[in-house]
Design a protein around this ligand. Sequence first.
Ligand code: GAR
Length: 219
Amino acid sequence: MLKTGVLASGRGSNFQAIIDAIENKNLKASIEILITDNPSAFAIERAKRHNIKYIFINPKEFATKDEFFKKIADELKTCGVELVMLAGFMRIVRKPLIDAFPNKIMNIHPALLPAFPGLHGQKQAIDYGVKISGCTVHFVDEGMDTGPVIIQAAVPVLPDDTEDTLSERILSFEHRIYPEAVRLFSEGRLEIKGRKVVIKDHPPVSSNIVNPPIDETDA
Ligand code: GAR
């Protein structure tokens, strides 16, 4: 069974979606540890409720960002983690963590990358005036939201949308595609070829909403 670790800075609803997928047996994986950089993150409450080990690592205790990320990598390795999931982790991951888990770190971003990377992807979409936005699960490289795309879901932007209403609509799709991406990884079905992630044995794309379509039949 795939051993995972989660990094989260806040509310942790994507963390919860992964927990739920595991508990509902849609995902054969375990969460070995939650690491947070924020001692008041609600994600900690979720870890407690589900008996998941958690630690707060204070970035201020490290002289450099690289040392902070080396400590995170060491904790994850100690727990035997094979896949790292960033779930609302609001920092750019540095080399020591990326080198420790090559092509084994995923992130969820609330926009259709490469559009609107960084903070407030939903507000950026509204301000730009796009009619469709969405969310992206991607592998993490050293850039900001630049790694190879695994799954995306497209979500309409409605004329009256505020940042909050669009965020909520996108979030409901985040909670679907993140567990799905992890499931594909756990089944050994993600192959990275350069910038592209090839999904093995996936049904042909038949929906313009979730790409690739979530395969509910063998979930
Ligand atoms: C989610 O919308 C996630 O996509 C976003 O933060 C939110 C965290 O929510 N991440 C980023 O913007 C990363 N650049 P959550 O804590 O409830 O999962």
